[in-house]
Design a protein around this ligand. Sequence first.
Ligand code: V47
Ligand code: SF4
Length: 375
Amino acid sequence: MDTFFNSIIQSSSCDGEVKNIALKVADGERITTDEALSLYQSAPLSLLGMLAFAVKERNTGRRVFFNRNFHIEPTNVCVNNCKFCSYKKPKGDAQAWELSLSEILHQVERYRHSRATECHIVGGVHPDRDIDYYCNLIREVKNIIPGIVVKAFTAVEIEYMVNKAGLSLRDGLQKLKDAGLESIPGGGAEIFNEELRAKICPEKTKSSKWLEIHRTAHQLGISTNATILYGHLETYAQRIDHLNRLRTLQDETHGFSAFIPLKYRHENNSMSNIGEVPLLEDLKNYAVSRIFLDNFPHIKAYWVMSGLETTRLALQFGADDIDGTVNDSTKIYTMAGVGGKPVMTVEQIVDLIKSENLVPVERDTFYNIIKEYDD
Ligand code: V47
Ligand code: SF4
């Protein structure tokens, strides 16, 4: 560890316990769950930022990754009733949609010549669709844009379609893989603590099943992401428990690419009364996630969810990825009250990253480098 860094830690005003944890982090040592709790509870934000940025720099230097992607949301009709969800609507509701295959493919056509490398497909758990429908959808997307990576379906959608087909998890995932599924997004993780999960999303895939789905995907060579939904009723200890279950699985499989903290957005859902946590919590959460998840290659600040100003700051607090160009067909966050259009050009992304004195790097889904903007 560099002596300058060491002297900043020694001279910081925090207590001895936090100083010792900071020295451990600076030395590249793994921290325990109790130490992560101390960081949440007692570490000054400036120290957390410095440590998280140092960890990020050790992993990926001054690079910040993004990709050219677009989202498809086939439906917002869903068999579940998550209390934080502003997106799900009952069949027939004026705000419900159930796109037909040809409507979806019409959307995909718009990106035929866009140089997009990833098609992200996620939606509600529709009661009438099945695994054959989704396998066909993947094949058709790849027919229109050969070579595009289809990153699709949260563990929640996968559990439902695999059960409906009467397949084992392994066989269901293999079938999706054979159809062209190469990556699974991180949604549906929410918060693993069973008691709280039962309160905020009672019907959803159980925590152990979410982890099993990702474990099996990793075993089959399908890369995945992981998320946490934070800023609602959870405690710091429950956040750390969530991170710890992910870190433990990652030690076993090494199949996660990125961890994505998702801040609970409060408009138009049945938990609206609890409001949203302040920016300070977002930054703390990025920093502790970067420090604790020492085996996760990337921490993503999903700009569509966090907004551009928080995304900028997140890059100074350990995040090294901001997702991609996206497009206005994603509605999860606009319906939950996040303003602005969820679409950025590559130029805007590059400018945003450069304005933080960092180096924009266009990547594919698997973090292979496509172009480094280091001029
Ligand atoms: O699982 C739903 C979240 C997730 C709200 O893997 C909410 O690259 C906040 O997982 N406030 C789906 N969050 C989105 C997701 C995702 C997004 C972008 C990239 C990737 C990736 C994954 O959205 C759900 C849930 O946790 N969510 N409602 C809300 N009101
Ligand atoms: Fe359905 Fe997903 Fe909304 Fe839950 S968060 S109700 S699973 S669409």
